[in-house]
Design a protein around this ligand. Structure first.
Ligand code: PMV
Length: 305
């Protein structure tokens, strides 16, 4: 018996890093997915084909087995369309898909709250203090607002497509989250002001997202990027990608996720997106992504792997 489950990657539209410190952030799932096939195996542990064992996928599937009180072995096979370590929630999507596949394999159910818990445990391995935003959006899909205290609240907004530009520089989320914590400790008053400004940006963005006003959203992205620059998570590659987006006709652009490299997002009128992609793809890997897709789901089940 084997089960294949999938979960989407994500973009944070507004509010990354400040979300770790209690603020709201706007997040959306994207149409790039991670798929994990779980099958019964010899032994008593969860194992990953051709990879290290100290891994969010293994941890999150193990959490599922422990919570079901099951001992048998499970083997996981991963395939993902989401580029790794560039801010698109690749490890969370893998952790969620692993938990979903293991749960369906061992119990024939898909309890999303349990999957979320398991994936959060998995994320802790590579992340310093995960806010939970990545695992929430990968589990529930759609788009909405996330806060640490209230979790994920879905919003029906109209923005359908944006650009994701990969600077190609991989980085570790935990290192950048730590850098921001140090900034806060050194200058708590300034950080408070930045938290306030980030909250205002998030609030304004919700109105524009609902009203489908792309140009003001672009301006808010540029304002959000200034805050991220101040807390030290931008990088020369990010600034270069943002400049290229603006030159190519975007209304605004910012880093997405932890920064320090990784990806930049940009908005433009839908009928200009292809032209912007064409101009940017001379220097970067560029995706035109759809927002607000399905969360964790079972893709297929087979009696014999
Ligand atoms: O770069 P990613 O996909 O790991 O996103 C991190 C988002 C942060 O706000 C920087 C951290 C968090 O846990 O919310």
């Amino acid at each position: 018996m084997s089960v294949t489950a999938s979960a989407p990657g994500k973009v944070i539209l507004f509010g990354e890093h400040f979300v770790v410190h209690g603020n709201p952030a706007v997040v959306s799932s994207i149409n790039l997915r991670a798929r994990v096939t779980a099958s019964r195996s010899q032994g008593e542990r969860v194992s990953l084909e051709a990879e290290s064992q100290d891994n969010p996928a293994v941890r999150s599937a193990s959490y599922i087995l422990e919570s079901l009180g099951q001992k048998g072995g499970v083997s996981l096979r991963i395939s993902s369309e989401i580029p790794q370590s560039v801010g698109l929630g690749s490890s969370a999507a893998i952790a969620v898909a692993s938990a979903a596949a293991a749960l369906k394999l061992c119990s024939d159910q898909l309890d999303l709250e349990l999957i979320l818990k398991a994936a959060h445990e998995g994320e802790k391995i590579i992340h310093y203090t995960p806010s939970g935003i990545d695992t929430s959006i990968a589990t529930f899909g759609g788009a909405g607002i996330y806060t640490r205290s209230k979790g994920y609240r879905r919003l029906d907004f109209e923005l359908k497509e944006i650009l994701v530009v990969n600077t190609g520089r991989q980085r570790r989320t935990g290192d950048l989250v730590r850098r921001v914590k140090e900034f806060r400790e050194k200058d708590p008053k300034r950080f408070e002001k930045l938290l306030e400004e980030s909250r205002r940006i998030v609030e304004e963005s919700v109105d524009h997202l609902k009203a489908h006003e792309i140009e003001p959203l672009g301006r808010l992205m540029t304002r959000n990027q200034e805050l991220l620059r101040i807390i030290g998570v931008s990088s020369p590659e990010i600034e270069q990608a943002i400049n290229a987006c603006m030159k190519a006709g975007a209304y605004g652009a910012k880093l997405t996720g932890a920064g320090g490299g990784g990806c930049v997002i940009a908005v433009a009128d839908y009928d200009k997106l292809d032209l912007v992609v064409e101009k940017l793809s001379r220097s970067f890997q560029v995706f035109k992504v759809k927002l607000g897709v399905k969360g964790a789901r079972v893709e297929s089940q087979a009696e014999n792997p």
